[in-house]
Design a binder for this molecule. Structure first.
Ligand SMILES: [Fe+2]
Ligand SMILES: [Fe+2]
Length: 259
């Protein structure tokens, strides 16, 4: 892992949520790519296929557009056909599921003689899956990964868990980027030992939904207390949220487009 001012700009796009997210992605991706000129592009795709992970068609579409890596989250295994896509190159599922889980714990990309490793990790606070400890899982992974850059997508609900992890990993990885809440935070900072951080990158999808979900259903669920499978909100306008990690200027910049 290096902290020198190498020419490396990494664009990370937050959870692209369902079909509307793909519309928002389509609308702003080229503009953002042209404006910021990243070397590497990472997308959190855990909700791209009707809310649940990826399909082969979506994977191929992202690769054609110039995306280098796709991270996932708690919805990585929600589709019956998910496991084949999990084995595709450049896709990583949360590393702290148990041994034998389909998919890769991390992905390493080669770019002009430099290596960039992307790790997806799931939090445990307010999350359903009984997964391994993300802190000790990182110790295990960092003991074996040798890479010029290490970027962690920490897919978690609680900001306390996210701040504990960034303090634990400061100086050991190049960035810890929060995803999952779908709400962008304004705490894009660089920690004392030079690790870039944000609590949540935010989502890409509808602007006024309930974190992408249908408004009337979301309100009904909170009033009745009865859980339902989430429907997407179908109306625009849109939002597109990402961060640019500029390792030349040592800066983490928010890209928050709200129509
Ligand atoms: Fe999500
Ligand atoms: Fe999630």
């Amino acid at each position: 892992m290096i902290f020198r001012g190498e020419k490396m700009k990494i664009l990370f796009i937050g959870d692209v949520y369902m079909d509307q997210g793909r519309i928002a992605f389509e609308k702003y991706f080229n503009q953002v790519k042209n404006d910021y000129k990243p070397n590497i592009i990472i997308v959190n795709g855990e909700n791209m296929a009707s809310g649940n992970g990826l399909t082969e068609a979506i994977y191929k579409d992202l690769m054609t557009k110039g995306v280098h890596a796709i991270t996932l989250g708690n919805h990585a295994f929600s589709r019956k056909d998910a496991s084949s896509v999990l084995d595709y190159p450049n896709v990583c599922r949360p590393a702290n599921y148990g041994p034998g889980t389909p998919g890769k714990e991390y992905v390493t990309i080669n770019y002009n003689g430099q290596t960039i490793t992307i790790i997806n990790l799931l939090g445990r606070v307010f999350m359903r899956d009984q997964i391994d400890n993300p802190f000790t899982k990182m110790d295990e992974l960092l003991s074996k990964i040798k890479s010029d850059y290490i970027i962690v997508d920490f897919h978690a609900e609680a900001t306390s868990e996210k701040y504990a992890l960034i303090n634990y990993l400061d100086g050991r990885v190049n960035a810890v980027l929060g995803t999952h809440t779908h709400v962008p935070t304004a705490d894009n900072i660089i920690f004392p030992k030079k690790t870039m951080y944000i609590s949540d990158v935010g989502m890409t999808g509808v602007k006024y939904g309930i974190i992408g979900g249908e408004i009337k259903q979301g309100i009904r669920k909170f009033i009745s207390g009865v859980s339902e499978r989430t429907n997407p909100e179908l109306s625009g306008p849109y939002q597109f949220n990402a961060v640019l990690l500029d390792f030349d200027k040592m800066k983490i910049e928010r890209i928050n487009i709200f129509e």
